[in-house]
Design a protein around this ligand. Structure first.
Ligand code: AHM
Ligand code: MG
Length: 339
């Protein structure tokens, strides 16, 4: 018979993100429910962005918006729309006091949100250079809590990643994936069921393999790399203990390269180099949230000075850093090349 249609094979006890968040809230006696409401707003912004990306080619949303953002990148139409969607959703949640976005030069303060206790950093669409080719992109986010008594200032977000309350990212790929972690917690992966319109827990308690012979870096920049970075990557191309070299995988969307690295293991890097001595990726909404995810999944993340990424305190909201993140043992190997 048709086994697939047997009723007992249908999961009648699905764990949605909504249910997951409610169960998490119950575990924290002191929780007011505000953080849960903020997460609901976050997930709605992800659904909206996923929806427009899916339809982009059909509704004339590909290509440039004709502007460039504060860090000098050309803005795509979808960068602009996703940023607007994200801001509007955060504002209307009433729970966000201030927001830093890759697409906005200054901090956005939501003055109407009188008792909002959170500060959010986000890159609405990471990997935008891949958008028009239909290659996976995603949204990265980090959530801080305002300091006791603070009415919401820049200082509430210029904090090290060790203080992040929650962080994660989505990847809009063959399906939309959401990876989220909370302070001191595990990493959980959800898949958007388009029919239900819900993120479903499909990857509970994600853990990176301790090592894996895959490296992910824009090797076109090797001309500008420092010698120890060159030496490290060259070593991966030599025969390893099993007689084989590493495999190279580079998508050019950090969310997608990071998601693969989380699942398969290996290393993702965007080192600081002679052309970009401060690195390319931004600390608040690219490096720190990813570092939190990787550490909570048993991996590591360090900057180009081999300092723990999560301990870096940005001076300005758009500050950049070099980054190496991945399996625990792979990061140990990079460190050994920097001694
Ligand atoms: P973006 O936020 O403007 O899309 O830039 C960030 C992206 C990352 O997703 C990716 O890892 C990196 O830039 C790719 O850069 P490059 O094209 O220099 O390899
Ligand atoms: Mg980005």
């Amino acid at each position: 018979g048709d086994q697939a249609a047997m009723p007992e094979q249908i999961n009648v006890d699905i764990k949605t993100l909504t249910r997951f968040l409610t169960e998490e809230q119950v575990k924290h006696k002191e929780a007011t429910g505000d953080f849960t409401l903020l997460c609901h707003a976050l997930q709605f912004s992800f659904k909206q962005i996923a929806y427009y990306i899916r339809r982009a080619t059909l509704v004339n949303l590909t290509g440039l918006a004709g502007s460039s953002n504060t860090t000098g990148d050309d803005q795509k139409k979808l960068d602009v729309i996703s940023n607007d969607l994200f801001i509007a959703t955060m504002r209307s949640s009433g729970k966000v006091s201030l927001l830093v976005s890759e697409e906005e030069e200054e901090v956005i303060y939501f003055k109407d949100a009188k008792d909002a206790r959170y500060a959010v950093a986000c890159d609405p669409i990471d990997g935008s250079s891949n958008l028009d080719a239909g290659v996976s992109v995603g949204t990265i986010f980090g959530v801080h809590k305002l300091a006791e008594g603070s009415t919401g200032t820049k200082e509430d977000i210029l904090k090290p990643g060790t203080e992040l309350l929650a962080a994660g990212f989505t990847m809009y790929g063959a399906s939309a994936q959401l990876v989220i972690t909370m302070k001191g917690g595990s990493v959980n992966g959800f898949t958007l069921d388009n029919g239900l319109g819900e993120f479903i827990l499909t990857h509970p308690d994600m853990k990176l393999p301790k090592s894996r012979a895959i490296y992910s870096v824009n090797e076109g920049n090797s001309l500008y790399w420092e010698d120890n970075v060159k030496a490290y990557f060259n070593s991966l191309k030599e025969a390893q203990a099993n007689g084989k070299p590493y495999s190279a995988r580079y998508i050019g969307s950090m969310v997608a390269d990071a998601y693969r690295t989380l699942l398969y293991g290996g290393i993702f890097a965007y080192p600081a180099d002679k052309k970009s001595p401060k690195g390319k990726l931004r600390i608040l909404y690219e490096c720190a949230p990813m570092a939190m995810v990787f550490e909570n999944a048993g991996g590591q993340a360090v900057n180009s000075k081999m300092q723990r990424m999560l301990e870096i305190v940005p001076e300005h909201i758009h500050d950049r850093s070099g980054i190496f993140m991945g399996s625990y043992d792979e990061i140990e190997k990079v460190k050994s090349f920097h001694k």
